[in-house]
Design a protein around this ligand. Structure first.
Ligand code: CP
Length: 317
């Protein structure tokens, strides 16, 4: 694996899931793999899980992790080609990325979409410049449109807990107070489709259709209660509109997931990537019940990241 930015960089999803599960059983078994190597973790947005789980994963592999919170600690970065930098930006990615490539052996990058220009966001404009200019393998720590480390952890969690070979997995839209990116939903659909071991149903209000390149043949159901029936896993997530890009079209009814809505899915395990807005996206009663597996899911971020970093090191070093 030369880089890790989407499911398409993964030669064998099943092997990667198995590797993550092996690391969970034996975290320090490959401690020699990263000896003498250094990983940079560059964040342009806040993070708890991605930052810490990737650091822990790197340390488990003997890699030294160096964290750089660009927006708080760095120079304001410019990404536009040909920009006349007489405004607020101070350093162009063309100059910064190769320098970072001198300091570290692989680089993790987190960036968010602007949610203003769909073409620009969906071209992965920022992430691709790090790939182009850094000269080292790049690991996406969440990009404008995808969150592959999260999705791998999600598949590890489903693999651990499924009671049947092909569980029913429902991705349900949830309310939020502000427009959010599509990354987690896009990525989850992309990975579930590529994995092929679940029946994927996506439920959302009209106006919140996702990009079909990620949802592919998933069943789309606009009635949340119909979608939830007999679900084995329910993944709760908000996203803003794709077609009215970055907007929040009005929604009828209350889409927050509650215990009452899970009556027809008594065995359902409830997932969320976190952070979650309690009693907006998901009720306290669900989050604090045995339905919720969000802590396990977040815990599995370590093993997913460790499997990816190991694969990258084996390929590139
Ligand atoms: N799920 C997730 O990526 O969490 P953080 O934003 O805290 O990293």
């Amino acid at each position: 694996m030369k880089k890790f930015t989407s499911v398409h960089d993964t030669p064998d999803i099943h092997a990667l899931i198995e590797r993550a599960i092996r690391y969970k059983a034996n975290p320090l078994g490959d401690r020699q793999l990263g000896q003498g190597k250094r990983m940079g973790l560059l964040f342009m947005n806040p993070s708890m899980r991605t930052r810490l789980s990737t650091q822990v994963a790197a340390q488990n592999l003997g890699l030294e992790a160096v964290v750089f919170n660009v927006t708080q600690e760095g120079w304001a970065m410019e990404f536009a080609d040909g920009a006349v930098m007489n405004g607020t930006t101070v350093e162009h990615v063309k100059d910064a990325a190769p320098v970072l490539g001198q300091y570290v052996d692989l680089l993790g990058v987190r960036t968010f979409p602007g949610l203003k220009d769909r073409t620009e966001d969906y071209s992965e404009f920022i992430l691709n410049q790090f790939i182009r200019y850094s000269g080292v393998p790049i690991v996406s720590l969440e990009s404008a449109t995808l969150h592959p480390l999260q999705s791998l952890a999600d598949l590890v969690t489903i693999t651990e807990l499924r009671q049947k070979k092909k569980p029913k997995v429902v991705l349900t839209w949830a309310p939020h107070i502000k427009p959010l990116p599509h990354c987690v939903a896009n990525s989850f659909a992309q990975w579930i489709n590529a994995w092929g071991e679940a029946e994927l149903v996506i439920t959302h209000p009209g106006g919140y259709e996702l990009d079909k390149q990620f949802t592919k043949n998933a069943s789309i159901q606009n009635e949340q209660l119909v979608a939830l029936q007999d679900a084995d896993f329910v993944y709760v997530k908000n996203w803003s509109s794709y077609h009215r890009y970055g907007e929040m079209p009005p929604v009828e009814g209350n889409w927050m997931l509650t215990s009452e809505k899970l009556r027809t899915a008594p065995e359902a395990k409830v997932m969320h990537c976190l952070p979650v807005r309690r009693n907006v996206e998901l009720s306290d009663a669900v989050l604090d019940s045995p339905h919720s597996i969000v802590t396990r899911q977040a815990g599995n971020r370590v093993w997913a990241a460790q499997a990816v970093l190991a694969e990258i090191m084996k390929t590139n070093f």
